[in-house]
Design a protein around this ligand. Structure first.
Ligand SMILES: [Zn+2]
Length: 365
């Protein structure tokens, strides 16, 4: 009876709110929370906002006095990866044989590993000019991309003479907490979709509110309560800041196409010409597509907090998403045969100078 009265009072309060403010009580709470967080961030010195959005290295970044690159943590996570490889009947995992680094840990304390491959001197300017970031396991229930990213790392490691004058940054398991969950989870420990949490200009205005107003409020696509709130997002934005890649290839499943990560119908005129970076994204997508039996290329569009928006659209870094056709772990060998030749060609591909430069040469000849 007491509970019932309580419930009635809550209903009455909500009703009064709607009457007085013209919006629902829950909407009011969201606005309050967004404002509160926005307020918090406004207090932070502007200098640590390297690009529009949230500070990139503000939270839980490990410094040298802490456990950054602690070998034991890397061995531990690789042992867990090995265990899952066995469970999925994959060949032995290459995780333990690669020299991972980490600067961030997940919400569960797992190292967010990456490896900087470089055939020679990592400081060589030539190599820095041809840098690719490869991301796997952003959605950790998509198993096949994780296998592919680890295998790319292993192949580069075993064949440095074949892959010269390139630098590749590989983060094969961006969401380890989701990968080690039972069952595997798309989102991270906080239930946030790491491909909807990037600190883009439109995040505050659209990401959370659009998700909240969706009929089914798909939990798998929850963007978080504020942008860049998650370790996995900060890890990715930090890699982009640190390595300033010439291209980004993010591997997902199971939509079965190559996504160009630009041309949001709401932001672009469909008939406008492609910019130089968009042409470059198209070039690398075409290389992978041609080498995989003309795999379908699409403009799937970008979301307020997606990598495509953050890196491809706002930072004009040629960014593509390779969507494999299945998350079925039995398909890894087939996917490797189909896509690895194109991926390695894309890594080695050197973009031509853009059109403006060509014209200049023409006029000054
Ligand atoms: Zn995905």
């Amino acid at each position: 009876m007491k509970n019932l009265n309580c419930f009635k009072i809550k209903i009455l309060i909500s009703f009064l709110f709607i009457l007085l403010s013209g919006k629902s009580y829950s909407q009011y709470l969201i606005d309050e929370s967004t404002q509160k967080h926005r307020g918090d961030f406004e207090k932070i010195d502007e200098k640590i906002f390297p690009i529009l959005g949230m500070p990139i290295t503000f939270f839980k970044v490990l410094n040298d006095n802490q456990e950054k690159n602690n070998l034991k943590n890397i061995i531990d996570i690789c042992s867990e990866v090995d265990f899952i490889y066995k469970k999925l009947s994959w060949e032995k995992s290459p995780c333990l044989s690669l020299p991972w680094k980490y600067d961030f840990i997940s919400e569960l304390g797992k190292p967010l590993i990456y490896w900087e491959y470089s055939s020679g001197n990592a400081n060589d300017e030539l190599e820095k000019k041809n840098t690719t970031i490869i991301l796997g396991g952003v959605h950790a229930d998509e198993l096949t991309p994780i296998h592919m990213a680890f295998r790319i790392a292993q192949t580069l490691h075993d064949n440095p003479m074949t892959y010269r004058d390139v630098r590749v940054i590989i983060a094969p398991l961006v969401n380890p907490d989701g990968f080690f969950a039972h069952p595997y989870k798309r989102t991270n420990l906080n239930g946030v979709d790491l491909n909807r949490n990037f600190p883009t200009r439109t995040w505050s205005d659209y990401a959370y509110k659009e998700w909240f107003n969706l009929k089914n409020r798909d939990k798998r696509k929850f963007p978080g309560y504020y942008a860049n709130s998650e370790q996995g997002t900060r890890f990715q934005t930090d890699l982009i800041e640190k390595f300033k890649p010439d291209r980004i290839i993010s591997i997902h499943a199971p939509l079965a196409f190559l996504d160009l990560d630009f041309d949001n119908k709401r932001l672009f005129n469909k008939h406008s010409k492609l910019s130089e970076d968009q042409k470059k994204a198209k070039e690398i997508a075409s290389i992978i597509s041609r080498n995989a039996g003309n795999y379908r290329i699409m403009d799937f569009g970008i979301y307020p907090g997606s990598l495509g928006n953050y890196a491809g659209n706002e930072r004009t870094i040629p960014t593509i998403t390779l969507e494999l056709s299945s998350s079925n772990p039995k398909k890894v060998a087939q996917f490797w045969r189909d896509f690895s030749p194109g991926i390695f060609k894309a890594i080695k591909f050197e973009f031509k100078p853009n059109q403006v430069a060509d014209l200049k040469n023409y006029f000054y000849k």
